[in-house]
Structures are given as structure tokens and as C-alpha cells.
Design a protein around this ligand. Structure first.
Ligand SMILES: [Fe+2]
Length: 264
């Protein structure tokens, strides 16, 4: 069995689709990303994963704008799926992770119609025998691996092949000002993963794409669709267009390719 999906992250959508943030237009870029997926990838992928920071200011107005941009039919319970109908996508499933920018209550209320649990979004879904574990590292810029999140990881990471999804990264990416926000207690995290069949880890938060192999596991980040940072020691915002990451799983092996989406 084989399947593909797309990982996108850090959309930072605003109150209106045309508003600017740091000179960037997150709404325009997000539309372009959805249109690109629709025109070039929709036939080969089964779903989208959005890696967090769906909105910049996490009030209900921003989430309504996000839903409108996607023409979203919300899912029932986190992590979904919901279904994207905008830009020709015709009901493509989408799973959302919350980022540090996302107010958990407004995020759940807007995206999941039957959700009553409003705490950390530690949840999983399965696709073709692969378990996707969504780990919630909290609402601070610095990731927090809480006892609750460790408890979920221990209980739900079984002997089944798995992919781990998080907003905040679990590795240093070589940009000093971002690496200082790396979560503590990562030794314990990697220990839990040892001896398990983790095919890959996908994160957002740093707005930079990266690919690493740690303890034999592919660890990847995907550039923000809103405003990318340069992989430098200090904060520099770049005029690079968004990245989307296509993940392909075949016979238990993960491969990944990055695509830059033109904004013009
Ligand atoms: Fe972000």
C-alpha cells in the first residue's frame, strides 16, 4: 500500500483575507497554496496536514476568515479531518494541529463541531495502517513537553508504524534565536521513540524548512506559508515564497519533497 499527503504550516491568517502582516499577505499566500495543491497535487494526495499557527490573532473573527478561505466543512472531533472545498479542492480532508498562536478554545470551537475537550490537543488518527500522533507542545513560543503529552505519547505510540506531528520542533535547526525556544526534556522524548517504528516527525513553528535524520528517524520542518525566516543566528524575515512538503509512504518507507509555491 502507498499513499501521499501534504504538510503545510504557519499560515498566520488575519481578520481579513487582504490584510498585511510585516508586508506579507498571509491570506493571498494561503489561497495560492491551496490553488497549487488543487491544480498539481490533489489527485495524488489523500489529505493535508496543517502544522499550526492557523491564525495570527486567535479570536473567532480570524478563525471565521480561515474557514471562509478554505470553504471548510469542519470535522467533528480533533484532529479531524475537516474538508477543504475552496480553490477547486472539492472536499479534500485536512487535519489541523494547534500552534502557539492558536487559542485552544477558539481553535476547537471553530474547527471541530462536537469537540468538548478544550485542553491540549494530544490526539491521533490513522491512515492506511500508519498512526499519526499529534503532540501538543503548548501555547508558548518555547515548546513544553508536559507530563500530559508524555503520557499520551507513551500510551499511544504502539508497535504500529507511526508519524509524529508537532507544532514546535523537537530538534535544533541551527538558528540560534529560534533554537533557544526548543523544549526541554527531549532526551526522554527520544527514549520513548527508541525501538518503535517512527517513520518521520513533521513540525512547523520556525517558519524554515529543514531535513535531518536523528536516531534513524527523518525529522522535517516546513517553511511558513505566511512569512519565512532565514536560517541565521538572528531574526531575518525573507521574501521567499511558501513551501509545501509532499510526503509519500510506500511499503513502510517515508520519502519527502519540498515544493516552492509561486505567489504571483
Ligand atoms: Fe508561526
Amino acid at each position: 500500500m502507498s499513499f501521499s499527503f501534504v504538510h503545510i504550516s504557519d499560515h498566520h491568517l488575519l481578520h481579513s483575507a487582504d490584510e498585511l502582516l510585516l508586508g506579507f499577505s498571509p491570506g493571498h499566500a494561503f489561497r495560492k497554496v491551496l490553488r497549487f495543491i488543487s491544480e498539481h497535487l490533489a489527485r495524488e494526495i489523500d489529505f493535508i496536514v496543517s502544522g499550526g499557527d492557523l491564525v495570527e490573532i486567535p479570536d473567532l473573527v480570524s478563525y471565521e476568515t480561515a474557514k471562509r478561505l478554505m470553504d471548510l466543512r469542519p470535522g467533528s472531533l480533533a484532529p479531524g479531518p475537516g474538508f477543504v472545498r475552496a480553490e477547486g479542492l472539492n472536499g479534500l480532508p485536512i487535519y489541523f494541529l494547534p500552534g502557539n498562536h492558536d487559542d485552544r478554545k477558539n481553535f476547537y470551537r471553530s474547527l471541530y463541531v462536537e469537540q468538548t475537550m478544550l485542553g491540549l490537543m494530544n490526539a491521533y488518527f490513522e491512515h492506511d495502517g500508519i498512526r499519526f500522533l499529534c503532540l501538543d507542545l503548548g501555547t508558548e513560543i518555547k515548546g513544553v513537553l508536559s507530563e500530559e503529552t508524555f503520557g499520551f505519547l507513551k500510551a499511544c505510540l504502539t508497535d504500529q508504524p507511526a508519524i509524529i506531528l508537532s507544532h514546535q520542533p523537537v530538534v535544533r535547526i541551527g538558528a540560534k534565536w529560534l533554537d533557544k525556544y526548543l523544549a526541554k526534556r527531549l532526551g526522554r522524548f527520544w527514549k520513548i521513540l527508541a525501538q518503535k517504528k517512527v517513520l518521520g516527525i513533521l513540525s512547523g513553528h520556525v517558519h524554515i524548512s529543514y531535513d535531518q535524520v536523528v536516531n534513524g528517524i527523518q525529522v522535517m520542518g516546513t517553511r511558513s506559508t505566511a512569512f519565512p525566516f532565514a536560517p541565521l543566528g538572528e531574526k531575518v524575515i525573507c521574501l521567499w515564497p511558501p513551501h509545501i512538503r509532499v510526503i509519500h509512504i510506500k511499503k513502510g518507507v517515508l520519502s519527502s519533497r519540498l515544493i516552492e509555491v509561486p505567489l504571483d
